[in-house]
Design a protein around this ligand. Structure first.
Ligand code: FPP
Ligand code: MG
Length: 340
């Protein structure tokens, strides 16, 4: 109980000045979402309840629920369905992460042992399936058939993105547009859906709904590009996960795509040579990092994230000024500056 209390969403937000500013007006709703996530974790099956409780106690930023809450309130929504729907997008996100950690062989998530490192891959696959199916089952409570359709279709898109990313891992000829398509599917689709669902709850017009979805998609693109950048530049302790994982697992992300397309012949040759080694040691990864740092790839990657982030701000500024509109715009800036 004390661990739970110390790790409440309120205390997590209070520790971060930027999140405090962003979440100021939705704190009460976010606390209700946390409560709903705790109910979601309950099960007569001890294994399910133990793992789910471990999962939802973590210090996640709850960006997707926050987006859904803010977008619904932006449109003046006064009902209660936004709490359950925000819980479901977080549950789908969590299910996807625990599967992703198996695929990526990531032993640490949010500063603690990942689920598969602690309980093994078989239990983790089944728990991810359980969470995902439970979330979709609960979505049937929605009055809006369209929301159920969105949640099922974007889940399929997320799987497609993750599948393609895995399939092309190690492909050193991956084009930037194919990388962008992968992250659009695996990450931006859930951001976009969270915003669209908020809009639907708030009875947005079709045009407003599409704007919100576009805003979310651009934000999601920026989020994932920064995530991939942090794999090169981040601090493991702050990130709560190891760095240089994409490289060691053969995942081709934007800094590497830029390097392979723009660095000089010698560096490119050396990077390819190092990447083709089986089980690169720390020294090889550091050498690639040094090359990536030297050729402008990191600046280029950050600029790409800025482009998406600015686009999202441009879209959200079309809505009348309000505290929610301001928070959504600040969220786009926060994502660019984040360190974890
Ligand atoms: C994290 O990417 C992974 C995702 C954003 C999506 C993962 C999607 C699936 C596993 C498909 C299954 C989906 C459902 C709905 C069950 P990352 O590895 O770049 O981020 P990380 O560094 O935080 O691990
Ligand atoms: Mg991963």
């Amino acid at each position: 109980m004390s661990e739970l209390a110390g790790n409440s969403i309120k205390s997590r937000v209070e520790k971060s000045p930027s999140l405090r500013k962003l979440y100021n007006n939705i704190m009460k709703d976010l606390e209700e979402v946390e409560q709903e996530l705790r109910l979601f974790s309950r099960s007569p099956n001890k294994l399910i309840s133990d793992i789910s409780t471990y999962l939802f106690q973590t210090n996640g930023k709850r960006i997707r629920p926050a987006l859904l809450l803010l977008c619904s309130k932006l449109l003046g929504y006064k009902g209660k369905e936004h709490i359950l729907m925000s819980t479901l997008v977080e549950a789908i996100h969590t299910a996807s992460l625990i599967h992703d950690d198996i695929i990526d062989n990531s032993k640490i998530r949010r500063g603690r042992e990942s689920i598969h490192a602690r309980w093994g891959p078989n239990i983790t696959v089944l728990l991810g399936d359980y969470l995902y199916i439970k979330a979709l089952g609960l979505s049937l409570q929605s009055k809006h058939r369209q929301i159920i359709q969105i949640l099922t279709s974007i889940s399929a898109r997320m799987v497609e993105g993750e599948l393609t990313e895995y399939y092309v891992s190690g492909n050193l000829g991956l084009a930037e547009k194919d990388y962008l398509d992968i992250i659009n599917k695996k990450t931006a689709s859930l951001f976009s859906a969270s915003c669209r669902i908020g809009g639907i709850l708030g009875k947005a017009s079709k045009e407003e709904e599409n704007y919100l979805a576009e805003y979310g998609a651009n934000l999601g693109m920026s989020f994932q590009i920064i995530d991939d950048l942090l794999d090169f530049t981040g601090d493991e302790k702050t990130l709560g996960k190891p760095i240089l994982c994409d490289l060691s697992e053969g995942r081709i992300t934007l800094p590497l795509i830029y390097t392979l397309n723009n660095d000089g012949r010698e560096n490119k040759k050396r990077v390819i040579e190092l990447l083709k080694q089986k089980n690169q040691d720390k020294q090889s990864l550091e050498e690639i990092l040094k090359i990536v740092k030297s050729n402008g790839a990191l600046d280029y990657t950050h600029k790409k994230a800025e482009e998406f982030s600015h686009k999202s701000i441009e879209i959200i500024s079309q809505f009348p000024k309000s505290t929610q509109q301001e928070a959504l715009s600040l969220l786009s800036e926060f994502i660019l500056k984040r360190r974890n």
